[in-house]
Design a protein around this ligand. Structure first.
Ligand SMILES: Cc1ncc(COP(=O)(O)O)c(C=O)c1O
Length: 389
C-alpha cells in the first residue's frame, strides 16, 4: 500500500480520526490481488478512497482490537531500532500455541508473513509431477496455481449440491496424491465442516494413502458460530504431514501487517520451511499479534459483531428472494441467478466492489465480503437496485 511511514505512524496515533483510520490501514491485505491483476483493486491499493465500499477480499473492516493497536503504538519508539527477536521468535510462537491449545507447544508453530506462504511452501514440499494436489471446486485456488507451477496436476473435486466440500469424493481422490487442501470453512462458499467429519476424513486418508499430506486451512475459523466447527490442531499432532494453516488477516484484522502460521509436528514444519521462503515477521506485527492473542474478549466481540452483520445481510438477500449459503465466515456466497461479472460491474458503478468470479459457479453465484454494518446497509441499497430491476 502506498502509504508513507510517517503517515502510517500518524494514523496509528490518531485512531479512527484520520483520513485513513488505523483499522482501515492495517486491516486490509491483498486477497483479490493475489488472484490476478485487477486494475480497480490496484488503483484502490494506491489511493484508498473512503467513499468506495470495498467488500471483495474478505478483509476485516474494523482492523485489530484496541489492545493490539496500543501494544504496537508502544513499540514505535527506540525499540523498533532493535531486531526484536525475542518477541518474533519466542513470545509469538508461545502465545499462538497457548491460544490454540490442544497440546500445541512453540515447537509446533511455524510463523510466516501471511498464511499464503504456508500454502505456497507446502504445495512445493508435497506436490510434484507424479503426486497431484486434491482441492475442492470451488475452493481457495492459490494452491492450484502453485501446483501448476511445479508441474503437478490438480484433482478438483466438485462440491456437493448443498455447496459443502465433498469429503468422501476428496478422500477417494487423495489416493496416491501429494497433498489434500481442505479449506474449513471453505472460501468462497463460506460453509464449514464439523471437526468430527474433518477428523474422520484425516483418519481415512492417512490409512488409505499414508504418504499423502493434508493441509487444513482455517483462515476463517474464528468466525464460525456453529460450535461443531473446531480446529484440527489435535489431528496435526497425531499424524506426520498433517498440518493446519491460520492467519491474522481475517478475524484478527491484520491483513496489511502480514502474519500467519502453520501448526503441526516439527518434522512436518521442517519440510514446509525448507521448501520455500516464508518471510520474516517484523517486530511491530509480532507485538500486535501477541497482544491480540492475549485479548480473547476482543475476539468474542469481533465474532459477535460479524455474526450480527452477517445475519442482517443474509436476511436482506432473503427478503429480495436470493439465498446465501450457511456462512461460517466474514463473507457470503449468494445465488444471484445471473453472472457474477454482470452483478459485479453494476455494483462497481455504484461504488461497491464485490468479489471476483469463482469458476465453475461464476454464472450464478457472487461472493460478498462483510464490511461494517454501515457499509453493508449502504451496499444492500445498491444490491436492491441491481437485483430488483
Ligand atoms: C482460505 C485462505 N487461505 C489463505 C489466505 C491467505 O491469507 P494471508 O496470506 O493474508 O494470511 C486467504 C486470504 O484470503 C484465504 O482466503
Amino acid at each position: 500500500m502506498a502509504l508513507s511511514r510517517r503517515a502510517f505512524v500518524r494514523s496509528l496515533g490518531v485512531g479512527g480520526a484520520g483520513a485513513l483510520s488505523t483499522a482501515w490501514v492495517v486491516g486490509r491485505g491483498h486477497e483479490a490481488l493475489a488472484w490476478g491483476p485487477d486494475p480497480l483493486e490496484a488503483a484502490l491499493q494506491a489511493a484508498p478512497q473512503q467513499d468506495v465500499i470495498r467488500i471483495s477480499s474478505n478483509e476485516n473492516a474494523r482492523g485489530p482490537g484496541d489492545a493490539a493497536l496500543e501494544a504496537m503504538r508502544e513499540v514505535i519508539d527506540g525499540r523498533v531500532g532493535r531486531y526484536g527477536r525475542d518477541v518474533v521468535r519466542v513470545a509469538l510462537p508461545e502465545a499462538i500455541a497457548r491460544r490454540v491449545g490442544h497440546g500445541l507447544t512453540a515447537e509446533n508453530i511455524l510463523t510466516t508473513t501471511g498464511s499464503g506462504h504456508i500454502l505456497e511452501a507446502s504445495v512445493r514440499a508435497f506436490v510434484s509431477p507424479d503426486r497431484p494436489l486434491v482441492n475442492g471446486a470451488p475452493s481457495y485456488s492459490s494452491p492450484n496455481r502453485t501446483a501448476q507451477t511445479v508441474g503437478g496436476s490438480v484433482r478438483a473435486v466438485p462440491l456437493l449440491p448443498n455447496l459443502k466440500l465433498d469429503l468422501d469424493g476428496m478422500a477417494v481422490a487423495a489416493n496416491g496424491a501429494g497433498m489434500v487442501f481442505l479449506c474449513n470453512p471453505n472460501n468462497p462458499t463460506a460453509t464449514g465442516h464439523a471437526l468430527s467429519d474433518v477428523a474422520a476424513f484425516i483418519r481415512r486418508v492417512k490409512s488409505s494413502s499414508p504418504d499423502t499430506a493434508i493441509l487444513v486451512d482455517e483462515a476463517y475459523i474464528e468466525y464460525a458460530t456453529d460450535t461443531a466447527i473446531e480446529t484440527a490442531a489435535a489431528q496435526s499432532l497425531e499424524y506426520d504431514d498433517v498440518f493446519i494453516a491460520r492467519t491474522f488477516s481475517k478475524a484478527y484484522g491484520m491483513a496489511g501487517l502480514r502474519i500467519g502460521y502453520a501448526a503441526g509436528r516439527p518434522a512436518t514444519l521442517e519440510k514446509i520451511a525448507s521448501a520455500w521462503g516464508l518471510g520474516e515477521i517484523n517486530m511491530l506485527t509480532a507485538t500486535g499479534a501477541v497482544a491480540s492473542l492475549n485479548d480473547p474478549a476482543h475476539m468474542d466481540a469481533e465474532r459477535e459483531e460479524n455474526r450480527r452483520i452477517r445475519e442482517f445481510t443474509i436476511n436482506a438477500f432473503k427478503e429480495m428472494g436470493y439465498e446465501a449459503t450457511d456462512s461460517q465466515t466474514n463473507f457470503l456466497f449468494v445465488n444471484i441467478r445471473r453472472p457474477a461479472a454482470e452483478f459485479r460491474d453494476a455494483a462497481r458503478e455504484h461504488g461497491v466492489i464485490v468479489g471476483r468470479d469463482f469458476p465453475p459457479m461464476e454464472q450464478t453465484h457472487a461472493r460478498i465480503s462483510l464490511g461494517t454494518m454501515d457499509e453493508m446497509q449502504r451496499a444492500v441499497e445498491v444490491f436492491k437496485r441491481i437485483l430488483e430491476t
